[in-house]
Design a protein around this ligand. Structure first.
Ligand SMILES: [Zn+2]
Length: 270
């Protein structure tokens, strides 16, 4: 599950590779847009909104937006015209060609062609974007605080609260705040500090080829708890644990240190 900073870097790659260029061919390999063709259009820009990608294309008086989302397995690659594709062709969902570049979206979770005026229909529900021009700490805090009984990890993953946090940052933020992932939001000692740290982590990592939350860039030293189950906690030595948590059918691996991250606060519902 890509995090917001990965999506931000993908937007920047597409933006640098395609913006200002005329599309010479397009291929939409999804049923609802199988016959769509944006050839002749000029790519204006690609921006990220949380984990969503918006590629804007103008053609004459037409104003299009290609909305894509990486979901679990997706990625965009930009190649030169005759370069071999790094992933199987049958996993390609959209192909955009210009005179100098071929951009291929592999295994994308969403591929949608919209009228630009309808962008809000697909990203209007998002909370403040941690890496966006609209980032607003107060609004994010208000959203989180509105559901004080909800587990903090689930609230951080909810993109309508604030946009950009995935499974990795959610785990790392719970660790650096010293709370168990299932701690109710209302019992987190300093929620503002946690949100500010989230912003800092994504800002720092958006410029890095490898994400790190510890500040250590060596391969096995980049994370506090994420994907470190059974390894000793960096702070206290207790083995990190992992458990599937979340709503039925959408469970995701949650990592924490049982010593450093106590479950604070009783549920108000009891
Ligand atoms: Zn620990």
């Amino acid at each position: 599950m890509p995090e917001g900073d990965t999506v931000y870097r993908t937007a920047r790659l597409l933006d640098r590779s395609l913006s200002g260029q005329v599309l010479t061919a397009t291929d939409f390999r999804v049923p609802q847009h199988a016959t769509a063709d944006l050839a002749g259009g000029t790519v204006v820009e690609t921006v990220s909104r949380g984990k969503h990608l918006l590629t804007r294309v103008d053609r004459g008086t037409e104003r299009w937006t290609l909305h894509t989302h990486l979901k679990m397995e997706g990625s965009w690659k930009v190649l030169t015209p005759h370069q071999r594709w790094p992933r199987p062709a049958q996993t390609a969902r959209v192909v955009l060609e210009t005179g100098t570049a071929v951009a291929i979206g592999f295994s994308l979770g969403i591929v949608e062609l919209l009228d630009r005026a309808a962008e809000d229909d697909v990203v209007g529900h998002l909370g403040p974007d941690l890496l966006g021009p609209d980032w607003d700490e107060e609004v994010a805090l208000r959203h989180l605080a509105a559901e004080p009984d909800r587990p903090v990890r689930a609230s951080l993953l909810d993109q309508t609260n604030l946009a950009g946090i995935g499974n990795m940052y959610a785990a790392e933020l719970c660790f650096t705040s010293g709370v168990h992932p299932e701690t109710p939001v209302g019992a987190v000692p300093d929620l503002r500090r946690l949100v500010r740290r989230a912003h800092q982590m994504l800002l720092l990592n958006k410029e890095r080829p490898h994400q790190s939350t510890t500040g250590d860039l060596r391969e096995r030293e980049r994370m506090w708890v994420y994907r470190r189950d059974k390894s000793p906690c960096r702070r206290c030595g207790t083995p990190v644990v992992v458990e599937m948590q979340g709503p039925a059918g959408r469970e995701r691996a949650s990592y924490w240190c049982p010593s450093c991250q106590p479950l604070l606060g009783a549920r108000a519902s009891s």
